[in-house]
Design a binder for this molecule. Structure first.
Ligand SMILES: CC(C)(COP(=O)(O)OP(=O)(O)OC[C@H]1O[C@@H](n2cnc3c(N)ncnc32)[C@H](O)[C@@H]1OP(=O)(O)O)[C@@H](O)C(=O)NCCC(=O)NCCS
Length: 168
């Protein structure tokens, strides 16, 4: 299925709220991704990501509609050579190979754009879909942090997956 990564724009608000307002997405993310997902939440998000001078968060666009989001976040201080990625896709488009490709694209963009050598993701241990997608994009499992997460009244293990740029 064809998609492209592009900057978010304020006219994406309606489609963002339509696709993001889904507990099947929110349950795998931090509580910063609200549920229910309101128009105010969407506007705050789009305005926030549009402020970056160098794009860190891209809309996943299918036929002109924003149906998901993927971002890369360079870290600070002694973690300055690492960046975390985060992503979600509308449930309507799951299982079509979109996110595996989008992750490969953001990894390529991240190593080209930022002065980093390591890109990582932190899926819940119960999030098999995200683990498969990371493995498909060439990420390796580094660690399991036991009971590191507390989400919806439940303790969960957090996994750390990374991809290292061996060039520098
Ligand atoms: C996880 C998520 C990003 C996967 O996106 P996607 O576009 O459906 O994934 P892909 O189609 O690229 O799948 C890549 C591989 O993972 C597998 N996979 C995807 N979802 C899966 C699931 N729920 N269970 C098992 N395998 C799964 C696919 O079968 C595919 O493997 P294959 O090519 O060998 O068949 C999407 O389900 C999502 O947005 N989930 C909610 C938010 C979320 O979990 N974000 C990540 C937080 S760390």
């Amino acid at each position: 299925m064809n998609y492209k990564l592009r900057d978010w724009k304020i006219s994406d608000l309606e489609s963002l709220v339509e696709h993001a307002n889904n507990y099947n997405i929110a349950k795998w993310l931090t509580n910063q991704f609200p549920h229910p997902y309101t128009e105010t939440d969407g506007r705050t998000y789009i305005e926030m990501v549009m402020k970056d001078c160098v794009t860190k968060v891209f809309a996943i666009d299918i036929n002109g509609e924003a149906v998901g989001s993927i971002g890369i976040f360079p870290q600070a201080d002694i973690h300055m050579k690492s960046a975390e990625i985060g992503y979600w896709l509308s449930e309507k488009y799951w299982g079509k190979g979109i996110m595996a490709k989008a992750i490969e694209e953001i990894v390529d963009y991240g190593f080209r754009t930022f002065d980093i050598v390591r890109i990582y993701a932190r899926p819940f241990s119960t999030n098999i879909g995200s683990q498969r997608v990371l493995e498909k994009a060439g990420f390796k499992l580094e660690a399991r942090l036991k009971k590191a997460l507390y989400k919806s009244g439940e303790y969960l293990d957090e996994l750390i997956y990374s991809k290292i740029n061996e060039q520098p």
